[in-house]
Write a protein that binds this ligand. Structure first.
Ligand code: PLP
Length: 479
């Protein structure tokens, strides 16, 4: 492809995407293809001669689009939102075009310094304690990870290294292996699957503590587990607290967990992957009370903050722990400006991979073009739409609303789980809207999340009408 074709193809693709967004309601949210559909359409060998871009674009519509689940559809209410906005797409296009790999400051100073700066911007927008920012006196700072899963894992490995060194200093005769075999991590049974996976990947038992009746991990629950393990000779190392659990958007009691972690030298990581975005609004910040005790805090911009996947913002209070844990040097990686100064970080020490993309560009475009007010308006609107849905459900005596928290409503048909299951299966078979279920204290609930930035009141009403239509069919079976 030469630059003229690139111009023509690029303009076609931008027009395609603008039309896609404008007309997204015309596409069914759920794909109707069957497993293996694509293998029948795409040959098993790559073409020997290159094809014209117009052929590839035509194939894209024919082969790819039928198999796409439309995460940006206003009829998508499953999981949590996937961030999307035009400014983010533009930022990503520029990042791909420039294609620099900013693993150290010298490999692209703008890549590093823009990341430092936008992470400071966002930290201030969320009102995080100053120690997390890269402009504070201390060794804190922010870094963009690919996902909340990576952030949890990176912090687990860092905690492991920090604790091993601390215990070794106290017990010089113990080997690293002996110490590591005793380390243990804690989270609640409501935390995201990625937290359990971090324990598996990092070879540290992750105890999934039973949450309280409101889905929260409390100080008493954690303290009891720690006491049990200490009595067995184990070494508590890492706690993951969730602000906004995936099932019901419950908030762990950071104010209680924090002092326990700090007293016991346990790394406290806060997973606020979804709900952290709501802290752009001062009225929700009471839900992060106790954040000052945390060692690390993560929020996904690629969920509720309008930045396309992947962009997970991780702040740590002391970045030297990351650098100490992950610093592997080679002569070809050295440069004359490298230092231990977190304000000029070599971000390769803050993550798993060596290479990294210029992800701060899309974040910068979004923060600049929406501004704080734009982000606040977005979150406010989505919460309003979820509240509207909650009210609709509440007005129907067949249903019960189990929780309404931020953009998430958990609801069910009254009575045995079997009826909610029946309703859910009908909704999935009809394919008009996409939802997923969760278990709340043995009760099956359907989760309704306002996911797309394109969702309007009319879409919420559409979803509710569809739920009522399917509930009528369940009723006819019940009678
Ligand atoms: N933490 C929470 C609370 C989540 O809800 C999710 C995903 O929904 C994750 C972590 C995982 O996010 P990611 O896909 O960025 O790893």
């Amino acid at each position: 492809m030469d630059s003229e074709s690139f111009r023509a193809c690029g303009k076609t693709v931008i027009d395609y995407l603008a039309d896609y967004m404008d007309n997204i309601r015309d596409r069914p949210v759920l794909s109707t293809v069957k497993p293996g559909y694509l293998y029948e359409m795409v040959p098993s060998e790559a073409p020997v001669k290159g094809e014209h871009w117009k052929t590839v674009i035509a194939d894209f519509e024919k082969v790819v689009m039928p198999g796409v689940t439309h995460w940006n559809s206003p009829q998508f209410h499953a999981f949590f939102p996937t961030g999307n906005s035009y400014p983010a797409i533009i930022g990503d296009i520029l990042s791909n075009g420039i294609g620099c790999v900013g693993f150290s400051w010298i490999t692209s100073p703008a890549c590093t310094e823009l990341e430092v700066q936008v992470m400071n911007w966002l930290g201030k927008i969320l009102d995080l304690p100053r120690e997390f920012l890269n402009e504070s006196e201390g060794p804190g700072g922010g870094v963009i990870q690919g996902s909340a899963s990576e952030a949890t894992f990176v912090c687990l490995l860092t905690a492991k290294d920090r604790t091993t060194k601390r215990i070794k200093a106290l017990n010089p005769t113990m080997t690293d292996g002996e110490i590591k075999a005793k380390l243990v991590a804690y989270t609640s049974d409501q935390s995201n699957s990625s937290v359990e996976k971090a324990g598996l990947l990092g070879s540290m038992p992750m105890r999934m503590l039973k949450a309280d009746i409101s889905g929260r991990m409390t100080g008493a629950i954690l303290a009891e587990a720690i006491a049990e393990d200490v009595a067995k000779g184990l070494i508590p190392c890492y706690v993951v607290a969730t602000l906004g659990t995936t099932g019901t958007c419950a908030f762990d009691c950071l104010e209680e967990l924090g002092p326990i972690c700090n007293k016991n030298d346990i790394w406290l990581h806060v997973d606020a992957a979804y709900a952290g975005a709501a802290f752009v609004l001062p009225e929700y910040r009471y839900l992060m009370a106790g954040v000052q005790y945390a060692d690390s805090f993560d929020v996904n911009l690629h969920k509720w903050l309008l930045v396309n996947f992947d962009c997970s913002a991780l702040w740590v209070k002391n970045a030297t722990h990351l650098v100490d844990a992950f610093n592997v040097d080679r002569v070809y990686l050295k440069h004359s400006y490298q230092s231990q100064d977190p304000q000029v970080p070599d971000y390769r020490h803050w993550q798993i991979s060596l290479g990294r993309r210029f992800r701060s560009l899309k974040m910068w475009f979004v923060l600049k073009m929406y501004g704080v007010e734009g982000l606040q308006a977005h979150i406010k609107k989505q919460i309003h739409l979820a509240d509207m849905f909650g009210k609709l459900v509440n007005q129907d005596p067949r249903f019960e609303v189990v929780t309404v928290t931020m953009g998430l409503v958990c609801f069910r048909l009254k009575g045995d789980n079997v009826w909610t299951k029946n309703l859910y299966e009908r909704l999935m078979a009809s394919g008009q809207i996409y939802l997923v279920t969760a278990n709340v204290r043995s009760r099956l609930v359907i989760r309704f999340v306002v996911c797309s930035r394109l969702t309007e009141e009319v879409d919420v009403q559409f979803a509710w009408n569809e739920i009522c239509t399917q509930a009528d069919l369940v009723d006819s079976e019940r009678d």
